[in-house]
Design a protein around this ligand. Structure first.
Ligand code: LMR
Length: 332
């Protein structure tokens, strides 16, 4: 009997956890249904919050015309399919990491260069500059429209053993996003990069398919990576930010008034999301500690060893990204 009650409770817990992370308005007849798909989960993740806020505003301000449905946690499309799905109009809104556009543009490699941004403020200052804003439209020829940059956080390495010096990573396998810069950066540490979809990372860490990964506090907490890793180290080596995006096909299908409201909401939600993101990251760092996860805090001399090991990977990408763009980003 107790067993039965427990399994009912477990099912209810799954139901409420899912519904807390989705923003499913019940769309009315005659409303244009717009699907927003993303890969992150939990309730405290910056992308989850921003996506749900966007849906809530559209569903209120364009009530009767448009209805946004949010699909978190790779439930509609995962990393490998979502960009194609956008071009096929099977989904209308996405917010992929800037590290996942290698097949469409090399320019976004600039965001992945290790240690190019000293913190998220530097990254936000770059994205607000002319060069940063121009990059929103770097994939116009493909049919992708950038609506705004959603910051997420700096990234940290975790592994199944403590990583204090970069030599501790030698010989280990690290899951990376599909970014050539990330692959080169891991190789520069004498480790081996394994590109993999986000939804598969927890299982791969748990079963030992990979030894480690690199991500933000928000992803490490909400995906529970800390459960299957020895510890996370404060390398702060790269930025994770998203392109909140749609397709030209979708934008062209909107009447001018609806499009203007849609763009205004996207702009305002982006500004609001980036204002609170540092606090969300800090809270998720605390959440990891509260949940029993371990964090190795590097001192300045220890961190410099990581900079020295990974930064030379920049050189390989100078010609495809462009030396001017790299210099512009590094100047913030
Ligand atoms: C990852 O694949 O590690 C992240 O880009 C997932 C995300 O969207 O935060």
């Amino acid at each position: 009997m107790i067993k039965k009650i427990n399994s009912v409770l477990a099912i209810l817990a799954i139901f409420f956890a899912t519904s807390a992370t989705s923003s499913f308005a019940s769309c009315e007849k005659g409303e244009r249904v717009v699907k927003l798909s993303h890969v992150t989960g939990g309730t405290t993740h910056p992308k989850v919050v921003a996506a749900n806020n966007f849906a809530e505003r559209v569903n209120k301000e364009l009530n009767g015309k448009m209805c946004v449905e949010v699909y978190p946690n790779s439930t509609l499309f995962g990393d490998s399919k979502e960009l194609e799905a956008l071009l096929l109009d099977d989904v209308q809104l996405l917010a992929p990491s800037l590290s996942k556009f290698g097949s469409y543009t090399k320019k976004y490699g600039v965001f992945d260069l290790p240690f190019i941004f000293k913190d998220m403020d530097a990254a936000m200052s770059f994205t607000a500059s002319k060069e940063g804003k121009d990059l929103l439209n770097a994939m116009e020829d493909v049919g992708f429209v950038g609506l705004g940059y959603w910051m997420s956080g700096m990234k940290y390495f975790s592994a199944n053993k403590p990583l204090i010096a970069p030599t501790d990573a030698k010989g280990l396998k690290f899951r990376v996003q599909t970014s050539d810069v990330a692959k080169a950066m891991i190789a520069a540490m004498g480790a081996s990069p394994q590109p993999m979809a986000f939804a598969e990372v927890y299982g791969a860490l748990q079963t030992g398919v990979v030894d480690g990964q690199e991500n933000t506090w928000s992803n490490i907490y909400t995906q529970k990576f800390y459960e299957v890793q020895d510890s996370t180290t404060t390398t702060s080596h790269q930025l994770l930010a998203y392109l909140f995006m749609t397709s030209k096909q979708f934008m062209d299908s909107l009447d001018p008034k609806t499009r203007a409201t849609f763009v205004k909401i996207a702009d305002e939600v982006t500004v609001a999301a980036n204002k609170v993101v540092k606090g969300q990251e800090e809270a998720n760092r605390e959440n990891i500690l509260k949940a029993g996860g371990k964090i190795n805090v590097l001192n300045a001399a220890q961190r410099k060893q990581w900079v020295d090991a990974m930064k030379p990977a920049w050189k390989q990408f100078e010609s495809e990204i462009g030396a001017d763009l790299i210099a512009a980003a590094a100047s913030h």
